[in-house]
Design a binder for this molecule. Structure first.
Ligand SMILES: [Zn+2]
Ligand SMILES: [Zn+2]
Length: 103
């Protein structure tokens, strides 16, 4: 009896009644990769934040008020979550991909 229906949101890109996921505001706002640290990979409750949030969280050792205001969590649909994941996941060698060469 503990099953909880996933929270549904309307996504401007992917349509209505999409399963939601939680990310940090930095991922939504940044066009360059900021890292992708997944905290929960339950498909009905996906949660992730960037490297800076991870460092802040480790430092605070809890989801403190300071952490939450830094994190600025945002709700996105799972398809947006996957897109953010591929955009922000850093390569294993830690180097940021070059953005030069276009144009
Ligand atoms: Zn962040
Ligand atoms: Zn979406």
């Amino acid at each position: 009896m503990s099953e909880v229906a996933p929270l549904l949101i309307n996504c401007a890109i992917h349509g209505h009644n999409r399963v939601s996921a939680v990310v940090c505001g930095h991922m939504v706002e940044s066009a360059v990769p900021v890292g992708f640290v997944e905290n929960n990979d339950d498909p009905d409750n996906l949660q992730a934040w960037c490297e800076k949030c991870e460092a802040f969280f480790v430092c605070e050792d809890d989801k403190t008020k300071a952490f939450l205001s830094f994190n600025r969590m945002a709700l996105v649909c799972v398809s947006c979550y996957q897109a953010l994941k591929s955009r922000h996941t850093l390569p294993p060698d830690g180097r940021l991909p070059s953005t030069r060469g276009a144009g």
